[in-house]
Design a protein around this ligand. Structure first.
Ligand SMILES: [Zn+2]
Length: 317
């Protein structure tokens, strides 16, 4: 599996490509997650238009103030219910310069490139269609692994369902400095849109919580009761010590809810005390996040318990 998997939610909206001082183009856009936009007449589209949005683009970069909104190559991505397809309608220059690939990549439309095809329209605009295998209606559980698939430590998994999100651990890679490491690109971490229901912390090792001091302190951090006690007691005595301001403690085997997600923690055997895996359920899908585990430690019986009764019909990550 690669970081930033193709499970990321697809987006739609309006775009411009503004030439940079080199020979490249800057991707300028206004977008929304597809599943957060309502279906009207069999389509989803953002309300905003190029004409009214251009003033905001100019406000962010005054050098563009002498140009009209039509001056630079522009386009729009809509979603069509009939065949579950994303349509990029755009200035032909965008296709000639292969910039449609940038849109497909940035907005996670590239899952089914084989289905992409281009039409030239009568008004000299062109369109390209990206047909999806999944669905863009609000019944999909999306998983984005931001980091941790090809390294030890630093893992971070975002899950999104019905417009709400949870984040499972937010670690600092073992070889990274806190100051030099940025938070993953999770919408409600960078803007307070209210979609982030909470963060699940599996245990108290820094490669699972190391970026938490950078997270807005208003966000709930869910963790084991003993893990919270240890982190709070140790924080004043260790460099970069941390304990969450807003905490919710969970218990082994007791399900709890975060928005549309139901989470059942399972105590596991690990060198970190009070370590858990999570069964996460939403929209009829079940995902098991193992956390760090071992089968040869002081609590090896927990590993045996897990092997004897693994969560049924679940995807593991
Ligand atoms: Zn650990």
């Amino acid at each position: 599996m690669r970081d930033k998997t193709s499970f990321s939610a697809p987006r739609l909206g309006i775009i411009w490509f503004v030439p940079t001082t080199g020979k490249g183009y800057r991707f300028t856009s206004l977008a929304n997650d597809c599943e957060r936009v309502s279906v009207i007449g069999g389509f989803k589209t953002v309300d905003e238009g190029h004409v009214d949005t251009w003033s905001k683009v100019v406000a962010a970069d005054r050098r563009l103030s002498r140009y009209d909104y039509e001056y630079f190559p522009r386009g729009r991505v809509n979603w069509r219910q009939e065949d579950n397809a994303f349509l990029l309608l755009a200035d032909p220059r965008i296709f000639d310069l292969k910039l449609h690939n940038v849109v497909a990549q940035r907005w996670h439309l590239e899952r089914n490139r084989a289905f992409a095809h281009r039409h030239t329209l009568r008004n000299k605009h062109a369109s390209i269609t990206f047909r999806q295998r999944g669905t863009c209606m609000s019944d999909g559980l999306h998983i984005c692994i931001h980091r941790g698939t090809n390294q030890i430590g630093g893992s971070c998994v975002e899950m999104q369902y019905a417009g709400k999100r949870i984040v499972v651990v937010l670690g600092l890679p073992l070889d990274a400095e806190l100051e030099a490491t940025e938070l993953p690109d999770i919408p409600s971490v960078h803007n307070n849109d209210g979609s982030l229901m909470g963060l699940l912390l599996s245990h108290g090792h820094r490669d699972h919580w190391g970026l938490l001091p950078k997270l807005p302190s208003t966000i709930n951090v869910c963790l084991g009761r003993k893990t919270l006690s240890i982190m709070a007691a140790a924080a004043p005595f260790i460099p970069g010590g941390y304990a969450p301001v807003n905490s919710v403690t969970y218990e082994d085997g007791k399900p709890f809810e975060l928005g549309p997600f139901t989470i059942t923690p399972r105590l596991m055997d690990h060198s970190g005390f009070d370590a858990y895996g999570f069964l996460i359920e939403a929209g009829g899908k079940r995902v098991y996040y193992s956390g760090d585990i071992r089968g040869h430690g002081r609590k090896a019986a927990l590993f045996e318990r897990f092997v004897k009764s693994p969560p049924a019909r679940s995807m593991f990550c």
